[in-house]
Structure formats: C-alpha cells, structure tokens
Design a protein around this ligand. Structure first.
Ligand code: MSP
Length: 535
C-alpha cells in the first residue's frame, strides 16, 4: 500500500470545488464553497506558487433530466442555458478567479470517463449484478434503509437531507467492487491522518468504512442522460461516478500527460459535508482501482442554514447571492461568510449580523483607517508620503504586530483553511494600527509647529501608510476590489509593482512603501449602508 500512502510531489497547488448540479440557479450555499476556494487559491498565488483552481458543473443524471423535461427542453439545452445565464455570470460577479470551468457534457470529459471505466472493467473491478433499494433523486444516491425518516403514509420514507419521499429502484446493472477497498482505505486514512478534515468529518468516514462497504451500482438503464458505458451502450454511467472524474479529466488525464503530472494529485478537494463519502470513500477507491495517486486532502465545509435546515432551492430557502451583493457589495459578501462562520461548521446567515459586521469591522475599523490616513497625508503633506523621522517603541510594536498577523494569517488561511481565524488575525492588526493612531493623535501633533512635532507627524503618518500597504496585500485574496482601491490610494504600484505580485513572504518586511509615494484619497472603501440603499 505504500504506493498510495506516499504522494508523489506535484508542482501545482491544485484546488477543486464540487461541480454543481445545474438543475437550478446558484444560492448562497454553493457560493460559500466557491468563494472559500477562491480565497485559498488567491492566497497561494500570493505565496508565489503555481496554482490551479477548478470549478464546473455536473450536468448528467435523473435530476437534470427531469428538470429539463419539466421545462420542455432537452437536457443539453437546459444545461447550456443555466451555465451561461446563471452559473458562469455569478462566478464572474463574485470575482472568482478560476483557471478552468469543466462541464461534464464536454467531450474532453466524457471521452476520458469512458476510457477510465473501460480500464476498470478490463481490470475486473466491475461486474454485472442487480440491486434494490431506496434512492433519492435530489441526492442522486442510494440511501441506507436505516438513515431514512418516516413519511406521511405507512410505506413512505423520506430522504434525511431533502425530506422528500425516496423511490425504490430495482435494477439490473453494473457494480464497482467497492467492498474490496475497505481495508485499503482504512490503511490509507491511518497513514494520512490529514487526508479528511475537519476531525469530525474524518471520524464519520472512519465509522462508515469500518462497517462493511457495499459494492456500488455504477450504471443505469432506465434513462439515457449520461455517459454510455463503452462495453454496453444500453447503460449510462451513474452520475456520481461520471462527476467525480471531473477532477482528473479537467487536469489532463489521458490527454495531456505533462499537465496531468503537474496538477495531479489535487492538493485540496473542497466539498460540502453531505458529499463527503463520495469524495473520501468512493473516489479514493476508484483511484486505487485505476492505480492513480489519491488527492492530498478532502476538506468538508458545513451548511448555511435557514430556520435550522440546510438552505436549498428544493426547500425554497435558497437566497441568491446577488440579493446580498446588491446591498453590501461583492467584497463584503466574500468577507462576511468566511469571517462569520468557522469553516467546517454549520452557520446561519442573518441580515442583522451581516449589517453589524459590515459597519463595525469593514466601514469603521478598516475603511475609516484607510480614509483617515490618506486624508492626513493629503492635508499635511500634499499627498506626498513623508519619510518616518524615527522608529520608536510604538512603531516597533506596530511592525511586530504585522509580523505576527502575517504569520498567523498564512498558517490559518494557507494551511489550515481556517478562514475566520486568519481574517481575524488581519483585523487584529488593523485594530493595533487604529490604537496606534488614537494614542499618537497625529491630528493634534499637526497643530504644533515645533521641529520635534513635525518629525513626529511624519513618523506617525508613514507608519499608518506602511501598515495599510501590508493590509492591502493581506486582504487582497479576500476582498480584491477594496485591496486594489487601497493599493491605488497609497500610490504603491509605482514603487512596488502590481498588488497581485506582492508576496506573503515579504509582506511583513517593514518599510517597503517608499517615502515620496503619491497618496490620494480614493473612494470610500465601505460606504455607509443607508447611502448605498438610497443610491
Ligand atoms: N453535483 C454534486 C457534486 C459533484 S462533485 C464531483 C452536488 N451538487 S450540488 O449542487 O447539489 O451541491 C454542490 C455543493 O453545494 C455541495 O458541496 C453542497 O454541500 C453545497 N451546498 C448546497 N447547499 C448548501 C448549503 N446550504 N450550505 C453550504 N453548502 C451547500 O452535490
């Protein structure tokens, strides 16, 4: 098993989101994972790494087919429409910087999927059999009888996720020998304790695999919206087996060996906790069967809840991200969900909480600091940043706080995917800088004309501007538009180059922003919400 336990080194930091079902439009829950992945990958780009960020859409299966039929269009037409009108525009709107967008109906995917399953078939990993069991079309998953909830009638049973009746399927189809992989999976989890995160998710998977795994039904013959099995075209591949392979087909598997070697194995699969078993059990087993390396980490996030239930379109509780961005703006949106909900746990969205954080953290703590500092450099130095005349204890305390914040944010966001903790560390630094300004009172010092006080004023304003320089770099992955605005207002690009080229490794090197930088006031980063609504 050593071949699976050791990951061959790969050049790229390759991150994936789940590929989303296009039966409906995206809601906050979908955007949550995609924004998290975007912040993670932007962070790693700022470390100077070779990064690849993949998202896409899952377009086969019964759920999509039934939706298309209900709308009187072909499933392909339906998918094309939703992808172009809803999904891609949303990611653009939210400033998601994905490197690729895979659709499971693309030939670059379906051709490779057929080769992959043919290979498993040839290796004797797939056999023909029959299966009867409860199936949830919402989940596109056979359910275990023990996990069902009681329904209205005596015979009715409900899916625990969708709270809708399951269907009993009885099918003659093909099976993947998943049951053979239990011991190998357990061995792999033991050798790679960081493979499934967080710990609660890992424990859940361990408990599941420690029971006997059942073989997996991987084909359907009652409908044809899927990838045909190459050896029996009366069957299409079960949508999940097709979908999971997006992570390799989009990375060049079977088509571009060089690219595939660079990208695979993936560094992180981001998944919602409801699809953890697919990623931490079925997918690794399929890869083992194919003789391919396993992803390095599968990280499960919690759900956004509404009234104690998972937010979902099928429960009619899905909120469109644009309903929030039109009020709070895109940057604040990206910030809020990652800051307010510890990654990995469930969380509820509330308009009041968002408003409170917007006002106190973004508008007051961060936005005001930026505009106050720029305004004072404008007023007292005609916008030309003065050199610090001295670097005393108070300034050193700010520089030290920056080192701590940068290290902590790098560890938490870049390594632990603890976005809330990492962002909190950056905002702790902002608090320190605000405290420094309050204590130094530059607006009072400016009233004095003594030489000492002129020097003091220069030192204080330089310190504030330099602290903001670092803040722009640290917040760029989270709030790219506000960070760019700040970078611009500090006149930093002329001396330091584009914001995107700034590196985390040097962000805490004190004194990078040169004296003489042309500081301008710029737009208010986070305008008062009332003004926004009125406009
Ligand atoms: N198509 C499959 C994934 C295939 S990946 C090879 C799928 N699609 S989905 O559109 O139903 O869900 C995609 C992701 O959105 C899942 O990770 C799911 O957990 C997430 N979310 C859907 N509703 C959510 C919330 N209310 N909150 C957070 N995430 C949620 O499953």
């Amino acid at each position: 098993m050593a071949a699976f336990a050791e990951h061959p080194s790969t050049d790229a930091y390759y991150v994936t989101t789940p590929i989303y079902y296009v039966n409906d439009r995206p809601h906050l829950g979908h955007a949550y994972t995609t924004v998290a992945g975007d912040v993670l990958t932007r962070w790693h780009r700022q470390r100077g790494e070779d990064v690849w960020y993949l998202t896409g859409t899952d377009e086969h299966g019964q759920k999509i087919l039934r939706t298309a039929e209900a709308h009187g269009v072909t499933p392909q037409e339906w998918c094309d429409r939703l992808v172009e009108e809803a999904w891609k525009p949303l990611w653009q709107h939210l400033e998601i910087a994905n490197d690729d967008f895979v659709r499971t109906t693309q030939a670059r995917h379906t051709d490779r999927v057929q080769e992959f399953v043919q290979d498993l078939y040839d290796k004797g990993e797939i056999y023909r059999g029959s299966y009867t069991g409860p199936y949830c079309v919402g989940c596109e998953e056979y359910k275990l009888p023990g996990e069902l909830l009681p329904g209205a009638g005596e015979d009715e049973k409900l899916c625990p996720v969708h709270k809708r009746p399951v269907e009993w399927l009885e099918e003659e189809n093909y099976f993947f020998k998943l049951s053979a992989y239990g011991p190998k999976l357990l061995e792999f989890y033991a050798a790679n304790p960081g493979f499934i995160q967080p710990a609660a998710a890992r424990n859940e998977v361990l408990r599941f695999v420690e029971q006997d795994l059942k073989d997996l039904s991987i084909s359907r013959s009652t409908f044809d919206w899927g990838v045909p099995l190459p050896w029996d075209d009366k069957h299409v591949l079960y949508v999940w087996v097709d979908a999971l392979q997006n992570y390799i087909t989009a990375a060049g598997y079977g088509a571009d060996p060089e690219r595939f070697a660079r990208l695979w194995p993936a560094s992180v699969h981001l998944v919602g906790k409801d699809i953890l078993r697919f990623h931490a059990v079925i997918w690794p087993a399929m890869l083992m069967a194919a003789g391919l390396p396993l992803p390095k980490r599968v990280v499960a996030n919690g759900w956004l809840m509404v009234g104690g239930e998972k937010m979902s379109k099928s429960n009619l509780t899905g909120i469109a991200p644009t309903d929030l961005t039109s009020h709070f703006g895109v940057d604040a949106y990206r910030y809020y969900f990652l800051r307010a909900i510890p990654f990995g746990t469930d969380g509820s969205f509330s308009w009041e909480d968002f408003t409170a954080r917007y006002t106190s953290e973004l508008a007051n703590d961060f936005g005001n600091l930026a505009s106050r500092a720029a305004a004072m450099v404008g007023k007292y130095y005609d916008g030309v940043l003065p050199a610090a005349a001295a670097h005393g204890e108070a300034e050193q305390a700010v520089a030290d706080a920056l080192v701590r914040a940068a290290e902590e944010a790098d560890r938490r966001i870049g390594e632990e995917l603890d976005f809330a903790g990492g962002i909190a560390a950056i905002f702790e630094f902002i608090k320190t800088v605000n405290g420094y300004l309050t204590a130094q009172e530059p607006w009072k010092v400016a009233r004095s004309t003594t030489e000492d006080d002129r020097a003091r004023l220069a030192t204080v304003l330089y310190t504030a501007a330099e602290a903001l320089r670092a803040t722009a770099v640290l917040l760029n992955p989270v709030m790219p538009a506000a960070a760019a605005e700040l970078w611009d207002s500090l006149g930093a690009e002329a001396a330091l180059g584009p914001l995107a080229d700034q590196r985390i490794a040097t962000v805490a090197d004190w004194g990078r922003l040169p004296a003489g930088a042309l500081v301008t006031k710029g737009d208010i980063l986070f305008p008062r919400l009332e003004e926004k609504t009125a406009s």
